[in-house]
Design a binder for this molecule. Structure first.
Ligand code: SAM
Ligand code: SF4
Length: 469
């Protein structure tokens, strides 16, 4: 299966040697790198190895401050929100950390019908979301194969509920061949996500015992095949806890650079899931290389400095307290009010966890998350404009690199959160939100744009929807 489409070559010896070579760096070396990182040009492997090797708490504070400055310079104070929609927890793979793995008898299995997918979508829309991440195990109802996924996408985009609809659908499904990626692209998806889980081949082999995903080369070549098929925006990630996080961050940099060199554009997003307990998984309960909270914050900050223009996604695996600390360090997208079991939104009154992939750390409703972000000075964004206006792949990066993307992100965040406040928010959230919008509008520097945003805010109050730049 793994012939052809080679992914990046991850040289473990080279990565370990880089980490050893830069162990115990001097404060001057760290500060020199941070000064360069603040220029928003990203960092090379040696720089990243130095930052990963730094163990001085005072310097960590400086790393966090630099990451926060870079995040604000590129993304402003906006945080994009989405909800995952799990359509099936059936799977033919044997990933030892996952409750969905084929041999696990501890969970009930279910694949959603079209009607059930539509119902889940409706609930997500009625809470106020505009973006969904479709997630699936790798086993589709017999006779349907991948058509099941393509039809699910069509169903989700087709749902209209009260004053909303899903405007961008990202997808996290198993590695495919080029032909199937072409069909996925034709379904009008936003980002295609797939996590390498671990870039360390021996650990990968220990963790993935059977099924197509157990082939490291097939899995690591997935993004090459996706981009060959014309999918511009791909999202990579590591499941932190399987192997040394420092190795994984450097390997992920190799992956990003490989895609940039081969396709002229690196990954659109990086996800940073940490292993959570999962029913029937001993590995998930006792991960081989757990990442402490402080190291988790460090790795997010270092990623932000290394790849300033790449979105970094944080899920509800993490609890509210850690999530709050991460926003400022470089996270640009978060999920909210998630369920990780198929049918979980409709069933939430009955059993929160039945058939879930892993336990969640943040159970708050979307309204609570929105209010919390606003109170912290962030503007929650439901923006989906870039992908719908063709600002994807290289075009997106060409705007992001000279710092121009903020010109779109900030006003679009304001307009979409205004819609949310009008249509879905509780009175308390609305109050904090209106104040935050007023404060943020005042900070738009270009007077013409500021006036235009104000006009559009009035139009939204008058009932117009989906206004964007
Ligand atoms: N089945 C596809 C795959 O494995 O690539 C896509 C969906 S899978 C359900 C999504 C991701 O969930 C996996 O890539 C993995 O990183 C993550 N995951 C699995 N078990 C987990 C656990 N116990 N804790 C946290 N994340 C987990
Ligand atoms: Fe299946 Fe994905 Fe879970 Fe592996 S991580 S068992 S492929 S759902």
């Amino acid at each position: 299966m793994s012939t052809g489409w080679k992914g990046p070559r991850i040289d473990a010896g080279q990565i370990h040697a880089a980490l050893d070579r830069h162990a115990d760096p001097t404060p001057a070396a760290v500060r020199e790198i941070l000064a360069r990182a603040r220029e928003l040009k990203g960092l090379d492997d040696a720089d990243v190895a130095v930052l990963l090797s730094c163990e001085d708490p005072d310097l960590d504070r400086e790393i966090f401050a630099a990451a926060s400055a870079v995040k604000t310079a590129i993304y402003g104070n906006r945080l994009v929100l989405f909800a995952p929609l799990y359509i099936t927890n059936k799977c033919r793979n044997e990933c030892r950390y996952c409750a969905f793995r084929a041999s696990n008898k501890a969970i009930a299995r279910r694949d959603l019908t079209r009607e059930e997918i539509a119902r889940e979508t409706e609930i997500i829309i009625d809470e106020g979301h505009k973006r969904i991440l479709l997630v699936a195990g790798e086993s589709y109802p017999s006779g349907q194969g991948l058509d099941y996924v393509y039809e699910a996408i069509e169903t989700i985009y087709g749902v209209k509920s009260r004053n909303g609809e899903i405007r961008r659908l990202n997808v996290n499904v198993a590695a495919l061949d080029v032909e199937h990626y072409r069909r996925l692209k034709a379904c009008d998806i936003g980002t295609y996500q797939l996590f390498q889980e671990t870039y360390h081949r021996p650990t990968y082999e220990q963790m993935h015992l059977a099924g197509p995903k157990s082939d490291y080369d097939w899995h690591i070549g997935a993004m090459d095949r996706a981009m060959t098929a014309g999918i511009d925006d791909v999202g990579i990630g590591v499941l932190f806890g399987l192997y040394d996080y420092r190795f994984e961050v450097l390997a992920m940099m190799h992956h990003a650079r490989h895609l940039e060199e081969r396709f002229g554009c690196g990954p659109h997003t990086i996800s940073v899931p940490r292993i959570e307990p999962a029913e029937g998984s001993a590995v998930a309960l006792h991960p081989p290389a757990p990442v402490r909270d402080h190291d988790f914050l460090r790795l997010i900050a270092i990623l932000r400095l290394a790849v300033p223009y790449t979105g970094i996604i944080l899920s509800t695996r993490e609890n509210a307290n850690i999530r709050r600390q991460c926003y400022d360090l470089g996270i640009s997208q978060i999920s909210a009010s998630s369920r990780t079991n198929p049918g979980g939104y409709a069933d939430s009154q009955t059993d929160l966890h039945a058939g879930s992939q892993f336990s969640l750390g943040d159970h708050r409703s979307l309204d609570e998350v929105v209010a919390d972000c606003l109170e912290m000075g962030f503007i929650p964004s439901f923006c989906t404009a870039c992908y719908r206006r063709g600002r994807t792949g290289r075009d997106f990066m060409d705007l992001a690199k000279p710092g121009l993307i903020k010109e779109y992100c900030q006003p679009n965040a304001i307009l979409t959160v205004k819609e949310y406040l009008e249509d879905y928010a509780s009175p308390e959230t609305r109050e904090v939100g209106e104040q935050a919008i007023e404060d943020t509008v005042q900070k738009i520097e270009r007077i013409g744009l500021r006036c235009d945003v104000c006009d559009r805010l009035v139009k939204i109050e008058d009932g117009e929807r989906d206004l964007h730049y």
